[in-house]
Design a protein around this ligand. Structure first.
Ligand SMILES: Nc1nc2c(ncn2[C@@H]2O[C@H](COP(=O)(O)OP(=O)(O)OP(=O)(O)O)[C@@H](O)[C@H]2O)c(=O)[nH]1
Ligand SMILES: [Mg+2]
Length: 503
């Protein structure tokens, strides 16, 4: 049928024209990208969940783009609240389980004196790793290992129950807002099978401070904020409830019954929980804004860091799980050349790792973070796997990955502060890693032992025989981390400039 045939050839011609136009557009885009490319330095932050990737990203942002971090401060406020609510919920949940008696008591006004008491988590476990089952049924540390008070969870003081019941009834309404806050912060995203939590994607700051209900006070502890962003109604309600219950929150956190749960390892809070609860009076101020700054250490309850100073780095302590891959960029000038630094911060949990691969080919450098304090911890996503074992396996996969063979390798053995505190608290590495044997249980020996294992993995498995740059880090120490960032950043940039023939 000729009529159809001519319509068809006209349509074909039109399709060919559109196709050619798209091809041309793609060609131009590719050409533009290739032209831009020498100026781009792509760096990936890799490592297991909670290894400190996002914390390192914040440190880079603090160094290269501190103004942007300053502008983001209001958006961190509900996240800090969320960290507080999550910790409180975990405490109340554990009280329900461990002190059921507290539920059946008339509540008292809880007038206990909350003195700092040492706590310790003791788990038995195993570079030959022992069974994690042992770690989920914690045992008390021997008395020489712990400065614990005489009362333990096994023989709770009956006076605790009316106090705990009172504190619980006061704090429950606040904890009830956790889900609403979580849902708002994560834009309604929930991961099936995951813990209750908040996940961050690129652009989350806009989600949190979008044009919503009321302005955050821009004065007082805030200062230095360019615009006054808005917070949500949920954030507002949580702020007011926090203000009204701050004394009870502090009372619960320092209650001897709660400290006993921590010491006995029944209650395992996230690492930053103690920091936020200890600072609850400052955080619940009406004009509170999260801050970045220096701090002095004040108290250590076992290996939980407690900090009383008022100008503190809340943003660095926040725990906010990364979902997928988030991109951060800074412009950096080095040796007269202006470079565009693109940093990819990834979600480190096992379910998130598949999302890393598409970014591998272009990566100029990998910064791999391994938290060496985690020798006595297991993965949330697989409670049978020791965290150091997972880090080593993951590092093996990264150094042997052919797609990454052109990337420079930087290894950060992180959380050395926490490692020191755990060792000082008497937690024995050989209980969890049997191959540690009878080596001395001090920081110098333990950190060197882990460093040697990671270096050995790289020597054996590296596809490209690269130089491995290794640093011991404590990401919460701004001064020390900033020095390392300059060092690492400049090394990566110089390698890049040398590669593209500009150095
Ligand atoms: N004590 C201590 N805490 C740290 C250190 N580095 C990070 N943290 C804390 O560890 C927690 C987890 O850090 P993140 O940076 O969120 O971990 P991540 O690797 O980005 O985790 P995912 O996004 O889940 O992959 C946060 O509460 C940080 O404040 C460190 O060197 N020492
Ligand atoms: Mg992260």
């Amino acid at each position: 049928m000729p009529a159809v045939g001519s319509r068809s050839s006209a349509a074909d011609a039109e399709a060919a024209r559109i196709s050619a136009a798209i091809d041309e557009e793609l060609r131009q885009e590719r050409a533009a990208r290739t032209k831009r490319k020498p100026k781009e330095v792509k760096v990936m932050l890799l490592g297991q969940a909670e290894s400190g990737k996002s914390t390192l990203q914040k440190q880079f942002q603090l160094y290269y783009a501190s103004q942007s971090l300053d502008h983001e401060r209001p958006s961190w406020r509900p996240i800090v609240y969320f960290n507080v609510l999550k910790a409180l919920r975990m405490i109340l949940d554990e009280i329900d389980v461990s002190y059921p008696q507290a539920m059946h008591q008339p509540s008292s006004s809880g007038s206990s004196s909350y003195s700092p008491v040492s706590t310790a988590n003791s788990t038995a476990g195993v570079f030959s790793f022992t069974s994690p089952q042992q770690s989920t049924s914690p045992k008390k540390l021997k008395s020489k290992d712990s400065q614990s008070p005489p009362t333990t969870v096994n023989c709770p003081d009956p006076n605790w129950f009316p106090e705990l019941n009172y504190l619980r009834s006061k704090i429950l309404p606040l904890v009830a807002s956790e889900e609403a806050l979580a849902s708002e912060l994560s834009g309604g995203i929930t991961l099936s099978g995951g813990r209750t939590g908040v996940y961050v994607r690129t652009g989350w700051q806009a989600l949190v401070t979008g044009s919503r209900a009321w302005p955050i006070a821009g004065s007082g502890s805030g200062g230095g904020i360019g615009s006054v962003p808005r917070a949500s109604a949920v954030t507002n309600i949580v702020a007011k409830t926090l203000q009204a219950t701050k004394d009870e929150i502090y009372g619960l956190w320092r209650h001897p019954g709660v400290l006993a749960l921590l010491r006995d390892g029944k209650l395992r809070l996230e690492e930053s929980a103690s920091f936020f609860l200890e600072n609850i009076h400052r955080i619940s101020e009406p004009d509170y804004l999260p801050v970045m700054g220096m701090h002095d250490l004040f108290i250590v309850i076992e290996y939980h860091l407690i900090d009383h100073n008022a100008g503190l780095e809340d943003i660095l302590h926040v725990r906010l799980q990364t979902l997928g891959v988030t991109e951060h960029s800074f412009d950096i000038t080095i040796g007269g050349s202006q470079l565009h630094w693109l940093m990819y911060d990834v979600g480190g949990a096992r379910g998130q790792r598949h999302a890393w691969v598409p970014f591998f080919e272009d990566a100029r450098a990998i910064i791999f973070l391994a938290p060496i304090s985690a020798f006595d911890q297991y993965l949330d996503e697989d409670p049978r796997t020791n965290r150091i074992d997972d880090s080593l396996q993951l590092f093996t996969q990264i150094v042997s990955n052919k797609l990454l063979s052109n990337a420079a390798l930087v290894l950060m053995l992180n959380k050395t502060d926490l490692l020191k505190r755990k060792l000082q608290a008497g937690i024995k590495v050989r209980k969890f890693i049997s191959s540690y044997g009878d080596r001395p249980n001090n920081y110098e020996e333990v950190s060197e032992y882990f460093r040697a294992h990671f270096i050995q993995v790289q020597k054996r498995k590296d596809v490209a025989g690269r130089t491995l740059y290794v640093h011991f880090t404590s990401m919460l120490d701004i001064k020390a981390t900033q020095r390392i960032i300059v060092n690492v950043g400049e090394s990566i940039l110089r390698l890049h400039l040398a590669d593209i023939g500009l150095a």
